[in-house]
Design a protein around this ligand. Structure first.
Ligand SMILES: [Zn+2]
Length: 722
């Protein structure tokens, strides 16, 4: 098992270093574009839409890069690759070429879009083995358009046919890169190539379960990634043979639930595009900013664009729709606040509903006017949430959303409510260099950690870093196999006591004074009158390994919640700690042995939010570099540019915040802001970028204080530095 893991790591490293060797010299273009425009043509666009409208719109919006449909499922240029389907409406035109030429006249970078996930009948007839196969052995028709077939992402369709298409597009147009959508297959494929290739890799049949405890499933996760990174390297190499300053840029990446290793992606990709077009389901507007943080964790200072669409998304996929202006503005603003360069995408060149046009033009015009304050070099956040794809893959499996992501979402919401500026960190990048900017790390049920990762976290605390962890953090190794004890037991001051109650009903926590001081610990500040607060819904049995300085919360075990006559605690008081907090070496550590963060996401009980906020305040033990005080809910961030600072305040105060729709923009109440100036810098001007006026301020002890008038969607306090 470990040898194959090593294989993946090594091939990822080999891949990364070979790509680095081919990277264009320092004059490369990837960091230049600040605003992207994407036009995804539909088959009947050629001859039926107005390219001049789009080119004029790109100019009006100061878009400096474009992503344009070229080929794959449908070719929009006169291709000569056999079986590469040309749009029936293309005739003798070259729709892609016309747009490329127009964009170049505007000085824009151009990336060609391909989409290899679907093929026409003639492909099926000529190469039935290029088509994806279902678990029942049948070739897979396209779920949305049954005249098409779904292709296998891991076999010759991509490795041979799409490589030829990639080469042709590069030779004809020498574009700056190829962005491929849905290039990584469409779920499990049981074709003969996948069967044979997987057998050669793992010696096993393809898995028929998503349970990561199944050995074939584990190996499949490893093999699929290796195969896709091989494809990435192949296409990137072919592209660079024709234009060394161009790259393959996959539509890939995300947070814990994304399936390709973000660390490898961060090494490979010269820039990346976060494809989260709009909300769906229960999704607050900060989700877009979360994307920026997740990508930034492994991309570092490389440019990241945030793809947004104007449409109502959701599972029904109304791709031709237009959502309300307020919602578009809020979604994009939250991305900008977290370092995403805006990228609008429009499907269909024939504009039906025109209401989005002015909205995007306004956003882009503002962005262009203030570009120098948006070209971020680094975040000044001192707190970071760790995310772990390994935990999602090998511990969460098919239930990763509930078991892993919901913990992170709960902590994320608590930090937004507490107005703490924070980044995200990838669990494979816990080396001292990467962690230097941070004083406090948060591990929201990061259950699967290797011994080496645990050592890195211990070293972080020994250097003076602080740690907050919840639930089963470090109780499993990197393969999701349970340990006998927490990997971080010595940091937590807690040992695993052999049992996890995955569902706890009607249980509480006593809130106690410290018997030695007669005072409440600051971790339960605001709960002094509560006596007893609700517990989480899942509990890890643990016991202290060292005497605890203070135990402000103790367990009240579950008792009957019916019949009402029986609803009284059988054991009203225990010595079982509800949290472990301690000074360890030079750092502070807080461990909650229950799913506090996940329960907060599910229930949003204010007591749980308060505990999470207090834990960060106690562990961190230092004023944040950006402090925003006032009423309402604001998502905040603080960025440094070459000669300036920018503090972003995004106003999420809205009765429909958690699901994300916006009926009207409700201005936030006024806010009092403090910004700590980095050492060695001297502030000159301070101004509001949205209100577009100077910001009255005071400076004392290296801290700028600003009173911010009510904010509509977004305000940025920009500080020029001498
Ligand atoms: Zn296949």
């Amino acid at each position: 098992m470990n040898s194959r893991r090593t294989f993946l790591t090594q091939s990822a490293f080999a891949l990364a270093s070979s790509a680095a060797g081919q990277t264009a010299p320092s004059g490369d273009w990837y960091g230049r574009p600040m605003r992207w425009a994407q036009l995804t043509l539909v088959e009947d666009d050629p001859g039926n839409y107005d390219p001049a409208f789009w080119l004029d719109y790109f100019k009006r919006t100061h878009s400096d890069a474009a992503c344009l449909s070229a080929g794959g499922c449908v070719a929009y240029y006169p291709t000569k690759v056999p079986l590469h389907y040309r749009s029936k409406f293309l005739g003798s035109r070259d729709s892609f070429g016309e747009l490329v030429a127009g964009c170049r006249k505007l000085g824009m970078n151009v990336v060609a879009r391909t989409d290899p996930h679907a093929a026409h009948q003639d492909v099926y007839d000529a190469h039935p083995d290029w088509i994806a196969v279902e678990a029942n052995g049948k070739p897979r028709r396209h779920w949305a358009d049954p005249t098409l077939w779904v292709t296998c992402g891991l076999g010759p369709y991509n490795f041979q046919f799409m490589t030829a298409v990639t080469r042709e597009i590069m030779s004809l147009y020498r574009v700056d890169g190829i962005f491929s959508n849905r290039w990584d297959g469409s779920g499990m494929c049981y074709c003969k190539h996948c069967q044979a290739n997987f057998k050669a890799f793992a010696g096993l049949e393809l898995p028929r379960t998503e349970d990561p405890r199944n050995e074939a499933r584990r190996q499949y996760i490893v093999w699929r990634q290796a195969r896709l990174f091989e494809l990435w390297r192949l296409w990137d190499g072919e592209i660079k043979k024709i234009n060394p300053n161009a790259s393959f840029i996959a539509n890939a990446g995300g947070g814990a639930l994304s399936d390709l290793d973000m660390k490898t992606i961060g090494d490979l990709a010269p820039t990346l595009f976060a494809d989260r077009q709009a909300r769906r389901g229960l999704m607050p507007p900060w989700t877009n900013g979360k994307n920026g943080k997740e990508y930034g964790a492994t991309l570092g200072a490389k440019a990241i664009a945030g793809i947004f669409s104007m449409g109502v998304e959701e599972q029904y996929r109304w791709k031709d729709s237009v959502q309300g202006a307020g919602e578009i503005r809020l979604w994009v603003a939250d991305g900008i606040a977290h370092n995403l360069r805006p990228w609008f995408t429009k499907f269909n060149g024939k504009v039906i509903d025109r209401r989005w046009i002015k909205v995007v033009e306004d956003i882009y015009g503002w962005h262009h006017r203030n570009e120098r304050y948006l070209r971020n070099e680094r975040s000044l956040a001192r707190v970071a949430i760790v995310y772990s794809q390994q935990t999602a893959n090998f511990y969460g499996g098919e239930r990763a959303r509930a078991k892993v992501e919901d913990h992170a979402l709960g902590f994320y919401q608590a930090l937004v409510e507490a107005r703490v500026p924070f980044d995200m960190v990838h669990d494979l990048l816990l080396d001292p260099d990467r962690l230097t900017p941070y004083r406090t790390l948060i591990l929201p049920n990061i259950a699967a950690l290797s011994d080496a990762q645990c050592r890195q976290l211990a070293q972080f605390v020994e250097r003076g870093g602080n740690l907050i962890a919840t639930y089963e953090t470090s109780l499993y190794n990197e393969w999701g196999v349970r340990r006998n004890n927490f990997g971080l037991s010595s940091l937590f001051g807690a040992a695993f006591d052999g049992r996890v109650d995955a569902r706890v009903q009607n249980s509480y926590l006593n809130v106690d004074k410290d018997p030695r001081t007669g005072q409440f610990h600051s971790l339960v500040r605001g709960l002094e009158d509560a006596t007893r607060i609700v517990n989480g819904a899942a509990w890890v049995h643990a016991k202290p390994t060292t005497p605890l300085d203070s135990v402000p919360l103790t367990l009240v075990p579950s008792y009957p919640d019916l019949p009402m006559e029986q609803v009284f605690p059988r054991v009203p008081r225990t010595n079982t700690p509800g949290l472990y907090l301690r000074q360890h070496a030079r750092g502070r550590v807080v461990y909650f042995p229950f799913d506090l963060d996940r329960t907060f996401w599910e229930v949003l009980a204010p007591d749980h939010g308060l505990l999470l906020r207090n834990a960060v305040a106690w562990a961190h033990n230092e004023e944040q570099p950006l402090v925003v005080e006032g009423r309402g809910i604001l998502d905040v961030s603080l960025w440094m540019q070459k000669d300036s600072l920018a503090a972003h305040l995004v106003n999420l105060t809205n009765p429909m915040m958690m699901k994300g729709p916006v009926r009207e923009i409700l201005p936030s109440p006024p806010q009092q802001v403090r910004i700590r100036v980095p050492e060695g810098k001297r502030p000159r001007n301070v101004h509001f970028l949205v209100a577009a006026k100077p910001a009255p301020h005071r400076i004392a002890n290296g801290v700028i204080s600003v009173d911010v008038p009510p904010i509509g969607v977004h305000e940025v306090i920009a500080v020029d530095l001498a």
